[in-house]
Design a protein around this ligand. Structure first.
Ligand code: CTP
Ligand code: MG
Length: 397
């Protein structure tokens, strides 16, 4: 392969998925949604992670070509593949779709990887291995795995022959070829009426050497209803942590409330809302769990509607936002930092109140208090601060 040669992928997504159609309400399997994307897009992402692949030709059913052109543009717009791509219409048989794809390749392309979009699990490492073998001069390289079943040829319901298993391999895609070799084989197939199920077959029939490389057991083709369990949308859950911080100044203002609990005899606080420094820190931490911004954004103190707003309401609203974002809150750790008032008499009540408002067990909420050893503004009794750390579980569909 010359240094200037380009490797492109032809990604086949023009089949009708008849063996699966009934089980999935008629949707073509390459368009089934898995991990937030249509199935065919997963293979495109794999190619995008393979530096040696320079571009992709997507092959779609002719009657869905325009629709799919904008779907692909939208997916690439949201998170770019980082490579050029083209879109074309497939044909009646798989080999017709491949041929249409080959005709869309740019002039600089010297090698092609033909891949079934129904194989979403092929790894970038395997793709790179195939390209390496093409670069070493091989004209055709296909991934193959051992056959575990004994394979028999049958006529009707009677066995005519048993094949020697040790000499058999099951082959997969992507299959890599020198473009002129594959193109010539397709032309010959057309002229001589060959009807084949993979591209390597026609290259073999054209008398060329096809080399195998190690395929992957996991690189299965979604074909029958039993295969659907491999692409079930079970969702992925990851832990997330939000952090919040708030300060209020002491002065003539509002009676002190902490964690929704009135603190009789505590210094008054100056605040636009009810001045509950602990619930403000907690609410900000909850927003932090899912990239929700901060409470200043959602409840601006320039807004008349937020004047006197109970922090309990703010807390409930941010909890609804967290739920809408697919986040379950599993733990809350809170610290109040103040020289005065003494908080130990109120700590348990605050903990119980927050647990009850948030629908958590008491053990899922921790409330701590500390002074700053008479240092800084809390030490000088000019104000109070609170910090909050919240742990959540975010589920991605
Ligand atoms: N394919 C294609 N054009 C065709 C037939 C198949 O692009 N005319 C693609 C399919 O979209 C699939 C791959 O070739 O990604 C392998 O084919 P297969 O698993 O047989 O898919 P379908 O033909 O869609 O399924 P079925 O045979 O059950 O109808
Ligand atoms: Mg088919």
């Amino acid at each position: 392969m010359s240094a200037s040669g380009e490797v492109w992928a032809v990604l086949l997504a023009a089949g009708s998925g008849t063996r699966l159609a009934q089980a999935v309400g008629g949707v073509k399997k390459q368009f089934l949604e898995w991990k937030g994307f249509p199935l065919f897009w997963h293979s495109a992402l794999t190619f995008s992670k393979t530096p040696a692949v320079k571009g992709i030709v997507f092959v779609f059913p002719p009657d869905q070509l325009e629709e799919m052109r904008s779907v692909v543009a939208g997916l690439d717009g949201a998170d770019s593949l980082g490579m050029p791509f083209r879109v074309t219409a497939g044909g009646r048989r798989r080999q017709d779709s491949v041929f249409n794809g080959l005709n869309e390749l740019p002039t600089g392309c010297t090698h092609v990887l033909v891949h079934d979009s129904a194989r979403p699990f092929a790894s970038a490492a395997m793709v790179t291995g195939i390209i390496d073998m093409l670069q070493s001069g091989m004209e055709a390289v296909i991934p193959a795995v051992e056959v575990t079943d004994t394979i028999k040829e049958v006529e009707g319901s009677v066995v005519s022959r048993t094949l020697v298993r040790s000499r058999l391999k099951a082959v997969q895609t992507p299959q890599g070829f020198s473009l002129p070799v594959l193109y010539a084989a397709h032309r010959q197939a057309e002229q001589e009426g060959w009807d084949v199920t993979d591209d390597a077959s026609m290259v073999e029939m054209a008398g060329r050497d096809v080399h195998i490389c190690a395929g992957e057991e996991g690189n299965v083709k979604i074909t029958n209803p039993e295969d659907l369990k491999r692409i079930e949308n079970t969702g992925r859950t990851i832990p997330c942590v939000g952090w919040g911080y708030d300060v209020h100044r002491y002065g003539e203002g509002r009676p002190m409330v902490l964690g929704g609990v009135p603190i009789p005899g505590g210094p008054q606080v100056i605040a636009h809302s009810d001045g509950d420094v602990l619930l403000h820190a907690l609410s900000d931490a909850i927003l932090g769990l899912f990239g929700g911004g901060d409470i200043g954004h959602h409840f601006p103190d320039t807004s008349a509607a937020c004047e006197n707003m109970s922090s309990g309401i703010i807390l409930k609203e941010v909890m609804i936002k967290a739920e809408e974002a697919g986040v379950e809150i599993v733990h809350v750790d809170l610290t109040v930092i103040a020289q005065i008032p003494k908080l130990s008499p109120h700590r348990e009540l605050i903990r119980k109140n927050i647990a009850s408002v948030m629908g958590l067990e008491k053990e899922q909420v921790n409330v701590k208090a500390t002074t700053e050893e008479k240092l800084g503004f809390t030490g000088e009794k000019k104000g109070i601060k609170a910090v909050a750390a919240v742990t959540g579980l975010k589920t991605f569909s």
